[in-house]
Design a protein around this ligand. Structure first.
Ligand SMILES: Cc1cc2nc3c(=O)[nH]c(=O)nc-3n(C[C@H](O)[C@H](O)[C@H](O)COP(=O)(O)O)c2cc1C
Length: 166
């Protein structure tokens, strides 16, 4: 075995999962941020978690509103997924910038991309400091699946978005 860095490990473990973290901005619109570091935590009760840099605007919104939807984007919006991972919602309307079609979600104020393979509607339970990130631990309220939408993954250390089989 050879000693390597953790970012290099992320390349070796590719493809890695990818989500769009959907939060609500003060004007009611949705902010979307690309997040690979998420995981299922518990089935009883249903819980998930994800980690975001302390500086992220999405983090600020979820700490404020306590509500978030994690979606798994489909292969129809791969370019938008990369775009949402390289701009901040603090000063950009990512939905307009990347031309993302949106849809309503039953029982939630937060809209999500129309082309989503999965949507996990959550309440923030707590968040803890983990180095330069916060780990957001969430209770799952509802889970929805999108018809005919194929999930995508992050390849080559988060530089490319594509389905699991290339
Ligand atoms: C494929 C991919 C995966 C990413 N995964 C994460 C992640 O797991 N956690 C994180 O904090 N940022 C991640 N990012 C970077 C954020 O999406 C980026 O910092 C974004 O600008 C945050 O937006 P916001 O400020 O609107 O929240 C990822 C970016 C890409 C392209």
């Amino acid at each position: 075995m050879n000693k390597i860095t953790l970012p290099r490990a992320a390349q070796i473990s590719s493809p890695n999962p990818v989500t769009l973290v959907c939060t609500q901005k003060p004007d009611g619109s949705t902010n979307l941020a690309t997040v690979s570091w998420w995981t299922y935590l518990s089935y009883n009760p249903n819980m998930i978690a994800y980690a975001m840099a302390k500086t992220s605007y999405s983090g600020e919104m979820v700490r404020q509103n306590k509500k978030v939807i994690l979606t798994i984007p489909s292969e129809k919006i791969t370019d938008a997924v990369l775009g949402c991972g390289s701009t901040t919602g603090r000063n950009t309307d990512k939905i307009a910038k990347f031309g993302i079609e949106m849809q309503e979600v039953d029982g939630s104020d937060i809209r999500i991309p129309a082309h989503s393979a999965l949507a996990i509607v959550c309440n923030l339970k707590e968040y803890i400091e983990t180095g330069d990130h916060y780990l957001y631990i969430c209770n799952v309220e509802q889970v929805y699946a999108g018809d005919n939408e194929k999930a995508v993954f992050a390849w080559n250390g988060y530089s490319e978005i594509a389905s699991a089989k290339k």
